[in-house]
Design a protein around this ligand. Sequence first.
Ligand code: ADP
Ligand code: MG
Length: 913
Amino acid sequence: MASGSYRNGGVKVASKVDRLPSSAGYTTPKPSTKSRLSAAAAPSRRGVSVAPSSSKAGGDSGVPGRVRVAVRLRPRNAEEMIADADFADCVELLPELKRLKLRKNNWDSETYEFDEVLTEFASQKRVYEVVAKPVVESVLEGYNGTVMAYGQTGTGKTFTLGRLGEEDTAARGIMVRAMEDILADTSPETDSVSVSYLQLYMESIQDLLIPANDNINIVEDPKTGDVSLPGATNVEIRDQKSFMELLRVGEAHRFAANTKLNTESSRSHAILIVHVKRSMKGRIDVDHSFHGENSMATNLVSSFRPPIVRKSKLVVVDLAGSERIDKSGSEGHTLEEAKSINLSLSALGKCINALAENSPHVPVRDSKLTRLLRDSFGGSARTSLVITIGPSPRHRGETSSTIMFGQRAMKVENMVKLKEEFDYKSLCRRLDIELDKLIAENERQRKDFEDEIERIRMESENRIAEAERSYIDSLENERLKFQQNYLDSAKKLEEKWKANVDKARTEHQNLCLDNARNVEAPSTSTSDDVGEVRQFQNEKHLRQSTEDEINKLKSEVSRWKQLEEAGNAEILKLHKILDSEVGQKKKLEEEIAILKSQLLQLSFHANETKPSLDRGVPGKLSTGFDSLVSQARHSQLRDSANGPKASIAKLFEQVGLHKILSLLESEDLDVRVHAVKVVANLAAEEANQEKIVEAGGLTSLLMLLRSSEDETIRRVAAGAIANLAMNETNQELIMAQGGIGLLSVTAADAEDPQTLRMVAGAIANLCGNDKLQKRLSREGGIKALLGMVRCGHPDVLAQVARGIANFAKCESRASTQGNKAGVSLLIEDGTLPWIVKNANHEASPIRRHIELALCHLAQHEINVKDMITEGALWELVRISRNCSREDIRLLAHRTLMSSPIFQSELRRLHIEF
Ligand code: ADP
Ligand code: MG
């Protein structure tokens, strides 16, 4: 009988059992062409939505598929042959009608209809094909499937499911045959088959492949409700041999485990789970409806569509003996064990009852077995149940309850669903590989492209260079050719012209002769005449063209001549400009010469005029310009209306002070000497002093004093500084620029009395400034002044004495105003001995300055002691008595009178005053 020949089952002919609803027809949804089941109610593959947005490719809606139930009768065993020899079997099978009669007694029986009725003679092969094969095929198509055996211990559950059939292949059970079909239909390249083998005992799931793994958790996907056992070993199966080995290992472990636990296999449920994962690439029909122009794009899209995988599992369950439900307690099992066996089996029964009666509540969660099998009953799996019964009337009760279990199970309707998923992982892997390939290809292409560009660039550069070379060559050739042609044709033309001219001449002569002859014998033919005329015309043309050529050359020549004339005119113009430049230069040189001579004249006059001290006005140094006015009458500057002073002023204006000052730094010593003399003369005029200082003249003069080795320059510079030092502002400037230091150095170095006179004059002027007293003393000014007396020249001494007098006067003023305390700086700097010594100097200017200085010093008591010690008292007494100048005489007298120390000293010395 074909596997797809299940027909309405579950119908008990007797009124006791309800008929199954006809809608739950026996037709099994089987899409495979391999399936021998009717395809009428098979879930359409086209109905499977393959929405890429969903990870689950399978549609949610399933196809109704009732749990199919076959009943298998075990033949009488040896014991029954004897024990029940006199009794009829408790069941009578009507396989053609798929019915089973359960005898109640000798005259009454109940008939039950099943999806398949398998007699004691049914072969293992047939049992597989009827019970399991449709489920296996369904699993291979992507549906979950369950094959389960239920029945009393010893009725052949294990015989039906688990026989290995090693010695007799015909004895192979459902597990072995199912795996054979699965392996035959799958390919290791695209599909994977793996197996877990477990035992459920006392509500504990133990791994039969690794028995130490004995408390495996059931995990339910809250979304899909899928049940899985992540803790269970899952062994990939490649061939039947390895599967057989695995079953053997599992059986051995089951036996060992049960021995250890002192149990029997009949008390535990054995569960084989075969996971099948199939790649649907090439198996799924592609919807070509929109193929056409866009087929390329479509192909692209489809190539990146994630491959679809179908994941399904076949669960084969060898249940514990059903008699345990009733007999467990009576047979001396522990209460706990009985409860556990009861728990799972009775929970299964309750669930099936609930499902059969369409009860709103199915107590799936009551036991591990029902949790594990939730997909098999009332779920999405295709489920086939084989109930095994024995023939013995002694076990009629168990047989009856098994039949009733089967009958109820027939009413359970499952919604068979395809388990399809998108295999994003493999798509991802594929895309990664694709991407790597593309990147490599892209890089290779880019490199090729770059190489190609480089090659083209090189090639074009070479070509350009080559073209340039050949262009230049051909240009040159062409030029030479044209040149040659030109010369040749010119030559030819010339020769031709000459020949023509000659020819014309001779012909003309001949013509004349001929004419003369013709007059006598006019016999020349007309054709000769015409030829000659033509030749003549040609020659005329030739001549014309030659004349044109000549004219052209002539006009060229005249153009060149014009250009030449223009060039000459230009040269003439440039010559004129040059001449005027030369004239200007000469003029300037003359001017420079005049200025130089003027400078020389001025300095000459300055030299001629001996510097002398303006004795009437102390502090003013005249370098002789005043006397120059009278003396300069014989000089060249006499022509000038205002004499040398005016000339200098004029020069000052013409040349400019800056220019004159810049000449101080000239490399020419003569120029420097003249320049410093001019500056010194200008500095003698009070009106010029400010301008000179403003223009940096003071600084330049100080520089000269410091750096020049020429005595004249130093002398004149010192004189100029002395003149500038008459002004109070300039005095401070001189000090600020370190002038006193420079003057001191010059004072120490110089031998020339005139230089020393100028330096002493300058310092003497500085001594007259109240503000500079301390600084002068500190920076060695007083000592420098005093040092200069070594030369003994009266002019120098007079300037020294003036300086001391100026200083003493300022000190005295400061003391009177209370700005000065302590002994005079003059005394501190050691001037007193020289003062005392020269107080009665024969030269009156010296004497007078010293007398004044003594009077000023004596004004203050603090100086008096030193003065007495140094002998100044006698000088003061002398001054008060003999000084020719009355004002000084009176001043000395008053001073002596007013000083108590002087007074007491005079008394001590018994001098009458
Ligand atoms: P269960 O698993 O239901 O307890 P078994 O499969 O172990 O029962 O069977 C008990 C005995 O009956 C075994 O010795 C087995 O060989 C034998 N047996 C069961 N079914 C058949 C059958 N259909 N034909 C021959 N022998 C069978
Ligand atoms: Mg068994």
